[in-house]
Write a protein that binds this ligand. Structure first.
Ligand SMILES: Cc1cc2nc3c(=O)[nH]c(=O)nc-3n(C[C@H](O)[C@H](O)[C@H](O)COP(=O)(O)O)c2cc1C
Ligand code: SF4
Length: 331
């Protein structure tokens, strides 16, 4: 099929975080034996520091709808869904003006972070408990109500449309924000360096950044020559910010978003929070090195044994802080 070939040649990969080749996902749904199929546009955008999909609603909605229609046509899906974070309810009239109700149904979710994870998304759409499903089977094989389902991030579908009309360039939107920094969306190459994306002024004021949201990494300014990738989120922290408080804020958020289905993530986060509090407490009786080693052990165990991608990926954030800021954390 022509569009699959074009997607393959474009090297477009999913822009929702996992970076899976888009053509391969579309092909997998096409190859599924079951002929009833669905397309879901993931407009959950609950990741802290990510606001690029909202930018697409505001600036490229027409192209996004065309991207959804293109995906539906390609996999012969009579019905598609826009899975919309309830913080975007204000855009409903605008979306409804462009999306034909016969083809595209808008489903409003509760806006929690985990709702954006593709199997949790399916559970919520089916009216079931808000927690993830085991994979495999992957949604491309058994998704909504057990039928093959193509789930793509809004930006991926927008860019797939650009591919189909020959206007695609290997670029993506980056969400740049931070303490005392004006939020902005920057469009730059998919492999652009963090320093290029944020510009000289922001670079001058920053001490470190959280890249890719809560499932990403903490990087010191010296490593801003790396690409931002993943969700395209760059959150900058100024000179006076201590890494420990940025870590505690992230863990607080994750603790409130963990669904509690599995022990390693639920209890691991609790234990890690407890240990970071000990590090934060300058009068603590605990040896700081012991605390850091305990945090590492908990993180390694939970990464291996958590049930879903949330619990498997959040430990990188902690690990990156321990790797890059050990001196500050231990002093
Ligand atoms: C905790 C968690 C939250 C996620 N939230 C979103 C989200 O808000 N939007 C999104 O497009 N993908 C999100 N994802 C990724 C989706 O599971 C899925 O990989 C993505 O929608 C696939 O689209 P893509 O291939 O176009 O990237 C999340 C994943 C996890 C683990
Ligand atoms: S890893 Fe965390 S979010 Fe995922 S199922 Fe387990 S408790 Fe829930």
């Amino acid at each position: 099929m022509e569009i699959i070939k074009q997607l393959k040649e474009s090297n477009l990969t999913g822009l929702g975080g996992a970076g899976f080749p888009t053509w391969q996902k579309w092909q997998a749904v096409l190859d599924a034996p079951e002929k009833k199929r669905f397309v879901i546009c993931n407009l959950s955008e609950g990741e802290p520091g990510v606001f690029k999909d909202e930018y697409i609603i505001n600036h490229h909605l027409k192209e996004l709808i065309l991207g959804i229609e293109l995906a539906a046509e390609t996999i012969s899906a009579p019905k598609s869904y826009i899975y919309l974070n309830d913080k975007f309810k204000k855009y409903l009239p605008k979306i409804k003006r462009l999306a034909s109700p016969a083809k595209i149904e808008i489903f409003i979710n509760t806006g929690r972070y985990l709702c954006g994870e593709e199997t949790t998304l399916l559970q919520v759409l089916e009216g079931k408990i808000r927690w993830p499903r085991i994979r495999p089977p992957f949604p491309a094989e058994s998704g909504l109500y057990g039928y093959p389902t193509l789930i793509n991030n809004a930006e991926t579908l927008y860019r797939a449309h650009l591919v189909s009309i020959g206007k695609y360039q290997p670029k993506r939107f980056y969400s740049v924000s931070g303490e005392k920094i004006k939020k902005e969306i920057v469009e730059a190459n998919v492999d652009a360096k963090i320093s290029e994306i944020i510009g000289k002024k922001n670079l001058g004021q920053a001490k470190f950044a959280r890249i890719g949201g809560v499932t990403g990494e903490f990087l010191p300014k010296e490593k801003f020559d790396q690409p931002a990738g993943s969700t395209g989120a760059i959150e900058l922290y100024p000179d006076r910010k201590e890494i420990i408080s940025a870590l505690i804020e992230s863990i607080k958020f994750l603790k409130s978003e963990s669904c509690g289905k599995c022990t390693p993530c639920r209890e691991g986060l609790y234990r890690v929070a407890e240990n970071f509090n000990r590090l934060f407490d300058s009068g603590s009786l605990w040896d700081r090195k012991d605390i850091v080693n305990t945090i590492k052990e908990i993180s390694d165990g939970a990464r291996e044994s958590s049930f879903c991608p949330l619990g498997k990926s959040i430990w990188r954030l902690i690990e990156s802080a321990l790797e890059n800021f050990s001196e500050e954390l231990l002093s």
